[in-house]
Design a protein around this ligand. Structure first.
Ligand code: 3PY
Ligand code: MG
Length: 252
């Protein structure tokens, strides 16, 4: 089974990624059927434990969307467990140095390329018996750039063998650069940092992703040149849809 996101990137097709914070197999299944290319189970800021993540990955793998997970830290044990549970790619937060990027990628790769321990569990069911043979080529690795140090070391991080690309966390990045967390910050330092990440990713021929808070913001990022966007998470979408419906019902 090949990774449809890697193929989309090679064909220069945009990737629209869903983002789940609600610990529910049912809402993950709903999200997976809405047309996303991939859906990410967010273990870092989502209210999600491993049992919920497993159910969510099972649900997503029954839909056309590719299941991904954002881990809560650069923790090889958690990364390996989520890959065994059927995640087809990992988004790793707070990658600030090339050493951290190498550690992250190594956890996603079987020897000799890395140190992923063998026990593919659900990945075998979902990926087929030949999963161990192709996993090193098909598992997607995205390092989050969201610290000052990560920006400073961007070139070395992007040069990491086996790293497929970077994903900007604009909340953390704006917090560190401007003193307040704002995902769609228009602060000049943020605009410059985001342009820099985009330009460098292109030079290295790596995928460039960014978290966005709406469909319009995601469309703007794709127009800017990003190729992997997240048009808000499930919580934002649920709240927004409810507010709109209530306002309409009240005739506002
Ligand atoms: C950030 O914006 O910092 C993120 O990690 C996106 O969820
Ligand atoms: Mg973050």
């Amino acid at each position: 089974r090949s990774n449809t996101l890697k193929a989309a990137f090679r064909r220069q097709q945009p990737i629209i990624n869903g983002w789940l914070a609600i610990p529910s197999g049912y809402s993950a299944e709903i999200a997976g059927h809405q047309g996303y290319d991939s859906v990410t189970v967010d273990m870092q800021h989502g209210m999600i434990d491993f049992a919920s993540a497993l159910a969510m990955l099972q649900a997503i793998s029954a839909t056309p969307a590719l299941p991904l997970a954002r881990v809560n830290s650069n923790d090889p044990a958690q990364i390996m467990r989520l890959l065994d549970a059927g995640a087809w790619g990992i988004i790793c937060p707070m990658v600030s140095t090339p050493e951290q990027a190498q550690q992250f990628v190594a956890a996603c790769r079987y020897p000799p390329l890395g140190n992923r321990s063998f026990g593919p569990a659900r990945a075998l069911l979902y990926g087929g018996k030949d999963y161990p043979r192709y996993a090193n080529d098909e598992i997607l690795t995205l390092a989050m750039i969201e610290t000052r140090e990560g920006l400073k070391n961007l070139d070395a991080i992007l040069a990491t063998d086996g790293l497929d690309g970077v994903f900007i966390g604009p909340n953390d990045l704006s917090l560190t650069l401007t003193g307040s967390a704002c995902a769609e910050s228009q602060h000049p330092e943020m605009l410059a940092a985001i342009e820099m990440v985009l330009a460098r990713s292109r030079e290295h021929n790596k995928l460039s992703g960014i978290f966005c808070t709406s469909g319009q913001a995601a469309a703007d990022r794709l127009a800017q040149g990003f190729n992997f966007v997240t048009p808000a998470n499930d919580v934002m979408q649920l709240g927004r849809a409810a507010r709109e419906a209530i306002a309409l019902a009240r005739g506002e």
